[in-house]
Design a protein around this ligand. Sequence first.
Ligand SMILES: Cc1cc2nc3c(=O)[nH]c(=O)nc-3n(C[C@H](O)[C@H](O)[C@H](O)COP(=O)(O)O)c2cc1C
Length: 360
Amino acid sequence: MAKLNVTLCGIEFINPVMPAAGPPVKDGLMCQAAAEGGAGGIVTKTISVKPAHIPRPCMAEVKGGFLNTELWSELPKEQWLESEYKLAQQTGLPLLISLGYTSADISELALLVAPFATALELSTHYVGHDISPIINALKAAKQAVDIPVFIKMSPHPNIQEIAKAVEEAGADGLIMINSFGPCFGINLETGYPLMGSNEGYGWLSGAAIKPLALRCIYDAARVVNIPIIGVGGVTCGRDVAEMFMAGASAVQVCTEAILKGPSVYGKIVRELDEFLDSHGYESVEEIKGLTIRKMAEKAARSVLPIPVVDSQKCVMCGLCEVSCAYGAISRSKKLHIDDEKCFSCGLCISRCKQQALHMT
Ligand SMILES: Cc1cc2nc3c(=O)[nH]c(=O)nc-3n(C[C@H](O)[C@H](O)[C@H](O)COP(=O)(O)O)c2cc1C
């Protein structure tokens, strides 16, 4: 078994998979369910000074992803302070308390939640892409408490600039990314938008945003030295490994936990362990930033890769053959790749469900 524990800002996590702020941690009991389901830490749904009035419908599964217009917690802060945080604390796991949004909101809330929190997570979701409100919120938190403060980034277009600025302003870590949008979906039966928000807009999460999350993590990890918690489209252990390779030090999961329930954290942890074992890694730390290091080895990229078939794993399903636009793949008794025709596009490798194809 590989070593799965991680330490971020001096906080020890038994494994690197935790919930992300959202419905799976919408109250204390849900936090307890997440712990029982195998999470290595707990994050609570964002609260603000006033409870949110959430338009309905506010969640929909869409092809490849998920739309929501959930805002922040509909529970008043008093309820969180009286009972929900205490229930979450009973898990015994590190507790990241999510707060929003302005510096005035954060000044008020940070002090109130400090007795319960191992760390704070500040959402930048409704403060726009300008750096100053984000920095002001961070400074307000740092002034109020002396526990680690993480900044949760939306997929801001200027992610490196913001990441560097918040590190310089004293952030202890980054969490990236929040959902992407605004996006739109239509209920074909009624003709109305899927979301009940004023404009019908919603925010995209789930598998569809994983490449965006990975790019943000990869970009930020190359310019900051503080830890990054990756979030966005994690559905399995291999996704966690990808986030680590891009530079993350832990991950959060929201949509997959909404769709599959709290046992999903433990399942993802077991799959991560299997991935690490089968690839000869002794710890999850070992793969952190691997892709950043690989990209520095420019020479390895100068050779055009040709897929190689592992016939022990290939089940001859034909997925690769049907989508090879170059006619380079054929099946008879075995899968055959014609080196002359192969364009090295890589599609077959990404489509193979058995991981039976890899690059030379
Ligand atoms: C229904 C729903 C509610 C969410 N609520 C919050 C929230 O209160 N605070 C926050 O920072 N992010 C919130 N998020 C964003 C998630 O924490 C996460 O950043 C995003 O969904 C991407 O991760 P995922 O693909 O694993 O869902 C919410 C996401 C969803 C789907």
